[in-house]
Every structure is written in structure tokens, then in C-alpha cells.
Design a protein around this ligand. Structure first.
Ligand SMILES: CC(C)(COP(=O)(O)OP(=O)(O)OC[C@H]1O[C@@H](n2cnc3c(N)ncnc32)[C@H](O)[C@@H]1OP(=O)(O)O)[C@@H](O)C(=O)NCCC(=O)NCCS
Length: 179
């Protein structure tokens, strides 16, 4: 399997919608949103979601079949050498364990470095073992910070990866994962 990462914009909201609704259906407890929050969202709300100032929204696409199989977003730090955030991480169950999440994280981390961010943070449910393992493998460690309670009542952990903001890394908008 060969995976291509594509940066999408507000005009790609239909493709993003299909993947995000699949993510919320497949993993209802993994995110701060629920399927009911987005199922009937009007076009403008999807466009707004893909118009976060300075953010990058990536779809992982199976280059053979051209089908989206994963997603992730990076939001920029508020100030130089601040903390960027990784959100909306999901991989289709059919292609898990093949490095798709790692490819998305690598691209978002590289993009975050190019913005001057000193670190990349994310929120994860404490009992989401697969995600925590994925993030640990990719250089994140659990911080002492806890997020406000999510819809299910649980408080998410915050995991952080240090970056090298002075590196000349450029955003990797294409990456490959092979089985
Ligand atoms: C978490 C998730 C994104 C991982 O995607 P993935 O493409 O399967 O991850 P990768 O193949 O890149 O795996 C990265 C590492 O994590 C490990 N890992 C992934 N899933 C694992 C699992 N279920 N149990 C143990 N380790 C796991 C892999 O073994 C790999 O480590 P390795 O290189 O040492 O073998 C995917 O399981 C998912 O979409 N889950 C549902 C949504 C979700 O929880 N999103 C995160 C919200 S914070």
C-alpha cells in the first residue's frame, strides 16, 4: 500500500466530511465531538472547520485506489516558539498498523517546526491505548496537564513532543507508508 498525504482546503469540505463522519462513527469515544454534533452540519460549518487560520488539514489517501484512509490537523502556535496542536487524528481500521498515523504525525510535526513551534501537543482519552502507544512511538510523552472534561465525562491527557523550531524543516505534504 502506498499512502499520499494531501493538504486540503475549505473547497475540499465534502471529502473531509466523509472521513470525519466515518471517524466519529468508528471511534465515538475518541474525540471531543460526537457524530450528532456534525451529522447534519451545514456546508458553511465544514468550510469554517477547514479555515482555521494558519492550520494544516491533511487527508491520507491510498494512492492505488485514491480513497481517503486517514486524517489529521495541525493548528499553529499562538506565538513563535509556542505550542502547536495535533487534532482530528484518525486512520481507517482497514489500514491500521501500517504506519499511516506515523506518516501523518511526521508531516504535522515537520509542518509545526516550519511555523517556529517549540512543541507539538495533543489530547487523548486516558483509556485509548492504541492512540497513546502510537503517540509514544512517535516521540510524545504524557504531561501533567489535563484537559476539561470531554462529552463522556472523562478528562483527556495532554501529550507533548518537543520540536526543533530552528531546523529548516519544510512541511512534508507527501509521505509514503509501505507494508
Ligand atoms: C490511533 C490510530 C490513529 C493509530 O493509527 P495507525 O495507522 O494504526 O498507527 P501506526 O500504524 O502509525 O502505528 C504507530 C505505532 O503505534 C503502535 N500501535 C498502533 N496501534 C496500536 C495498538 N492497537 N496497540 C499497540 N500498539 C499500537 C504501532 O505498533 C506502531 O508502533 P511500532 O512502529 O513500534 O510498531 C488509529 O488506531 C485510530 O484511528 N484509532 C481511532 C481514532 C483515535 O483513537 N484517534 C486518536 C484520537 S486522540
Amino acid at each position: 500500500m502506498s499512502i499520499e498525504l494531501r493538504a486540503v482546503s475549505a473547497d475540499d469540505w465534502r471529502a473531509w466530511r466523509s472521513v470525519w463522519l466515518a471517524a466519529l462513527t468508528d471511534s465515538p469515544g475518541a474525540f471531543g465531538s460526537r457524530l450528532r454534533d456534525w451529522a447534519d452540519a451545514p456546508d458553511g460549518r465544514w468550510r469554517d472547520r477547514l479555515s482555521i487560520a494558519g492550520a494544516i488539514d491533511l487527508l491520507a489517501v491510498d494512492a492505488d485506489g485514491n480513497a481517503p484512509v486517514g486524517m489529521a490537523t495541525g493548528t499553529p502556535p499562538q506565538e513563535r516558539e509556542g505550542r502547536a496542536e495535533l487534532i482530528s487524528m484518525w486512520v481507517d481500521p482497514a489500514v491500521r498498523g501500517r504506519g499511516v498515523a506515523t506518516a501523518l504525525i511526521t508531516a504535522i510535526a515537520s509542518w509545526a517546526e516550519s511555523t517556529g513551534a517549540a512543541s507539538l501537543a495533543l489530547s487523548v482519552m486516558p483509556d485509548n491505548v492504541a492512540a497513546r502507544r502510537t503517540y509514544e512511538t512517535n516521540g510524545f510523552t504524557v504531561s501533567e496537564e489535563l484537559r476539561d472534561a470531554a462529552p463522556g465525562g472523562q478528562r483527556e491527557l495532554v501529550m507533548v513532543r518537543k520540536l526543533s523550531p530552528d531546523s529548516s524543516a519544510s512541511a512534508l505534504l507527501r509521505a509514503s507508508a509501505y507494508t
